[in-house]
Design a protein around this ligand. Structure first.
Ligand code: ADP
Ligand code: ASP
Ligand code: MG
Length: 443
């Protein structure tokens, strides 16, 4: 079994959907995971905002505009009047469902139901297209098997059991289509795996189905060595280890959802990143192998808050860090980076939801300083083999950038620094020049 996930741009128009139908032709069993058509989830977010604010007229205008876009897709995607009719009725049904929320109380539960419509639409439209072309396939409702628990973590046993049950209903079928991103939560309600979550769906489904490979098809030819949205002259990396890819995804390489490497790593399933616009490009293979001794890539994660706690109680004491960490644990707020001196500890978080409560408790330990608008820049590679030179190259490249925190040695494949977000472009550009552009041996 192979898993093939196609992102928003890859299914972003009737034309693109037709190319996907070609790319999935195979003799092997496949589960194809689709995102919403590009732009749709953003538009659904906007609609939800209007509904929250009770601005029903504005919400209706946005809903109508999105509905019109889908009417156009239906016109372009199908040739037979039968399928056009079937698809028009289907989209009308979804948009009526969204419109109905203008009459009702709108809370986070309704918002999640609205956000799920994008993937429900793209997969249903794609399934109709396959039917029109007599390509045998089955549409599997992700809401029947994708589930998160009360901690918003995937319920792997449930997913494996229920996915298997769904697949067993169709023993003779080889091609399955399903929705990325959407799931049910511990209360059985519609929920999602957070923005960009279709990659995570693909990886969870791959792990649940013991797939031989997970392919993430997107609009770029693999994981690049630096953020192509920020820096010119980036290039694809042929091979990454699971750990390297996980660090890059977690620290901001948008091509992969932050958690999407873990399920594949656990089951040792190779993940291939491929480009729908250039299907023959080699892309990136993520596996348990790595090319040793090189700096592979740089990524940056914005929206970071740094907290410094200076405390006399830390001096020569044990148990201090535990007491600090317990506060973060209580507020379910993960810590990303941490540095310590004998009298102070600095740490970073990316979710400021409970910041005020956390600060109120931490202030009991001593003086607290908070810096917002910070960015973690993460340099990923094999730093064991290059131990004597890699750090130097990184810091030499960053010599003109004020560094708020440095983290080295936490793992053998990551050096991270914390900077002001306003210095991000300069930092990524300097690292590109200092590390990669002088290196002639890259892919
Ligand atoms: P999809 O809709 O297919 O999930 P995304 O927009 O989520 O696609 O991810 C692909 C985008 O990720 C690329 O177009 C690129 O701009 C961005 N990106 C950021 N960092 C990297 C990187 N290091 N390598 C490749 N792409 C990256
Ligand atoms: N459609 C969702 C989003 O835009 C999930 C995804 O594309 O991965 O965030
Ligand atoms: Mg994505």
């Amino acid at each position: 079994m192979k898993i093939l996930k196609f992102g928003g741009t890859s299914v972003g128009s009737a034309e693109r959907m037709k190319s996907v139908a070609e790319l999935i032709q195979s003799d092997e069993p496949e589960i194809v995971v689709l995102s919403a058509m590009s732009g749709t989830t953003n538009q659904l977010v906007q609609i939800a905002e209007k509904l929250y604010q009770n601005q029903n007229q504005e919400a209706n205008a946005l809903i109508d505009a999105l509905h019109d876009k889908y009417k156009q897709v239906v016109e372009e995607l199908y040739t037979t009047s039968e399928k056009k009719k079937q698809a028009s009725e289907l989209i009308a049904h979804h948009f009526d469902y969204i419109r109905a929320f203008t009459q009702d109380l709108f809370t986070i539960h309704e918002e999640r139901a609205v956000l799920a419509q994008g993937e429900l639409l793209s997969t249903a439209l794609f399934q109709f297209f396959l039917e029109e072309h007599n390509i045998p396939s089955v549409l599997l409702p992700a809401l029947n098997f994708m589930k998160i628990d009360e901690n918003e973590e995937p319920d792997n046993d449930y997913i494996a059991k229920n996915l298997k049950a769904e697949l067993e209903k169709y023993p003779d079928n080889k091609l399955f289509i399903t929705q990325g991103y959407i799931c049910r939560n511990a209360f059985g309600e519609i929920d999602n795996l957070k923005r960009g979550g279709s990659d995570y769906s693909a990886s969870l489904i791959g792990a649940a189905a013991d797939a031989s490979e997970i392919q993430i098809w997107t609009d770029i030819d693999g994981m690049h060595n630096n953020d192509p949205r920020v820096v010119k002259n980036t290039y694809p990396i042929a091979e990454l280890s699971f750990d390297e890819a996980a660090e890059l995804a977690y620290f901001g390489a948008k091509i992969l959802h932050p958690s999407s490497v873990q399920p594949a790593k656990q089951k040792n399933i190779p993940v291939r990143l491929l480009n729908t616009m250039q299907p023959d490009a080699r892309g990136t293979i993520i596996s348990n192998k790595t090319e040793s001794g090189s700096i592979k890539a740089v990524a940056a994660k914005d929206g970071i808050t740094a907290i410094k706690i200076k405390s006399g109680r830390m001096l020569l004491a044990y148990g201090f860090l535990r007491s600090v960490f317990e506060i973060f644990e209580r507020y379910k707020t993960p810590i990303d980076m941490i540095t310590t001196s004998e009298v102070a500890v600095s740490l970073t978080i990316d979710n400021p939801k409970h910041l005020q409560d956390i600060l109120a408790e931490i202030m009991e330990f001593g003086q607290v300083e908070v810096d917002e608008n910070q960015t973690i820049v993460c340099v990923v590679g094999d730093f064991i083999a290059e131990r004597s030179g890699a750090g130097l190259k990184v810091f030499e490249s960053l010599k003109n950038i004020p560094l708020r925190m440095i983290s080295y040695g936490g793992s053998t494949n990551n050096i991270s620094v914390l900077i002001n977000t306003s210095d991000k472009v300069a930092a990524l550009t300097s690292l590109n020049e200092g590390i990669f552009e002088r290196n002639q041996n890259h892919a």
